[in-house]
Design a protein around this ligand. Structure first.
Ligand code: CP
Length: 334
C-alpha cells in the first residue's frame, strides 16, 4: 500500500495541495480528487510544453533517477524529458550497465541512490512488487514505471488523460480493453483508474490470456473498493459494440509461458483490430495502444495510422502527465 502523507501547500505556479501521495505505486489508493489534480496539473504542463522555451524552474535543485531493470523507450524517455523540462537533474541508471551485474541487490541499489541525496527514484522492474519494496526501504519518493504483470500507474494516467482530452470527461464512457490482459500491468492499472473516474470497462481476449475472473476491483490488501468490476468477454464484436474507446494491448510474447495461444494466426484471426472491426465501436471511437505495437498482430497497419488512432497523442500526454506527477511529488515544500 502506498504511504500517504499530508498534502503540500500550494506552490508558486500550480497547487500541489490535495495530492497526498509520497510515492506513486498504483492507482488503487488514488482518490478521484487526486486523479483530477494530476489531470489539472498536466494541463498546466501542456502550456509549458507549448512555449518556445519548454522549461520551467519548478524542480530546480531536485534530482531524479530512472532505474530500469527492463527495456523501455516511452516511459524512460518521457520521465527524463519531464524532469529536465522542470529543471531537475535527471540521471539514468540501466541495471544491465550497473553494479546489479555484479550481484548488487535492489535494496542495496536504491539505498546507494538514496545516499547520493536523490529526491525521486523512477523504477521499472520485471518483478511485481519491486517498487513497493524500494518505497519501504528508502526516503526518496518512488514512482512505479511498470512492475512485472502488476501495475503501470503512469501509463494508465496518461491513457485516461488522452481520453479526457478528447471527450472532456470519462464518466459514463465505454472502454474496451482487448488482448493479452493476463500479462498486462497496463490493463490492471487502467481497470483501477477507469473505475474511479466512472468509465465502464470491458476486458476481451482469448480465454487463456484473460484472468479466470476479476472478482470485483480489490486493492492490494484484497479490500473491495465499492467500484464495479470490469465486464469480461471472449467475443470481440460483443466487446467493441458501442465502445467509445478501443484500447488494444501488446501480445507480450516475452512473458508468456508456452501453450497459451494455439497459434499467432488464430489470435490475429479472432482478435486483431482491423478497420472493419473498429467499425463495431461507436463512430469516431478512439483507438489506443500503450506501445510498443506488434504491427500486424494486435493492430492492422491501416488502423495504427488511421484517423481514429491516438497512439501518438498517448505518447505526448505521457510527457505532460509525468511532469505533473514529478511536480506534485517533488515540487512543493517537502
Ligand atoms: N508503454 C510503455 O511502457 O512503453 P515502454 O516500454 O516503451 O516504456
Amino acid at each position: 500500500m502506498t504511504a500517504i502523507r499530508p498534502g503540500s501547500p500550494p506552490g508558486p505556479a500550480l497547487a500541489t495541495g490535495g495530492f497526498r501521495h509520497h510515492d506513486v505505486l498504483d492507482l488503487d489508493d488514488f482518490a478521484l480528487d487526486e486523479i483530477e489534480l494530476v489531470f489539472h496539473t498536466a494541463d498546466g504542463m501542456k502550456d509549458v510544453l507549448g512555449r518556445d522555451i519548454k522549461k520551467a524552474p519548478a524542480l530546480r535543485g531536485k534530482s531524479v533517477v530512472t532505474l530500469f531493470y527492463e527495456a523501455s523507450t516511452r516511459t524512460r524517455m518521457s520521465f527524463e524529458l519531464a524532469g529536465k523540462a522542470l529543471s531537475a537533474d535527471v540521471l539514468n541508471l540501466t541495471a544491465s550497465a550497473s553494479s546489479v551485474t555484479k550481484g548488487e541487490s535492489l535494496v542495496d541499489t536504491v539505498k546507494t541512490i538514496e545516499a547520493m541525496g536523490v529526491d525521486v527514484i523512477v523504477i521499472r522492474h520485471s518483478s511485481s512488487g519491486a517498487p513497493y519494496l524500494a518505497a519501504r526501504v528508502v526516503e526518496p519518493a518512488v514512482i512505479n514505471a511498470g512492475d512485472g504483470w502488476h501495475a503501470h500507474p503512469t501509463q494508465a494516467l496518461l491513457d485516461m488523460y488522452t481520453i479526457r482530452e478528447r471527450f472532456g470527461s470519462l464518466d459514463g464512457l465505454k472502454i474496451a480493453i482487448v488482448g493479452d490482459i493476463l500479462h498486462s500491468r497496463v490493463a490492471r492499472s487502467n481497470v483501477w483508474g477507469l473505475a474511479k473516474v466512472g468509465a465502464a470497462v470491458t476486458l476481451c481476449g482469448p480465454p487463456t490470456l484473460l484472468p479466470s475472473q476479476w472478482g470485483g476491483v480489490t486493492d492490494t490488501n484484497g479490500h473491495q473498493d465499492g467500484l464495479p468490476p470490469p465486464r469480461i468477454t471472449f467475443d470481440l464484436e460483443d466487446a467493441l459494440d458501442g465502445a467509445d474507446v478501443v484500447m488494444a494491448l501488446r501480445l507480450q510474447q516475452e512473458r508468456q509461458e508456452g501453450g497459451l495461444l494455439p497459434s499467432l494466426g488464430e489470435y490475429i484471426a479472432r482478435y486483431q483490430i482491423t478497420p472493419e472491426r473498429l467499425g463495431w465501436a461507436k463512430p469516431g471511437a478512439l483507438l489506443m495502444h500503450p506501445g510498443p505495437v506488434n504491427e500486424g498482430v494486435e493492430l492492422s497497419s491501416d488502423v495504427v495510422r488511421g484517423v481514429q488512432s491516438v497512439i501518438d497523442r498517448q505518447v505526448a500526454s505521457g510527457l505532460a502527465v509525468r511532469m505533473a506527477l514529478l511536480y506534485l511529488i517533488a515540487g512543493g515544500p517537502q
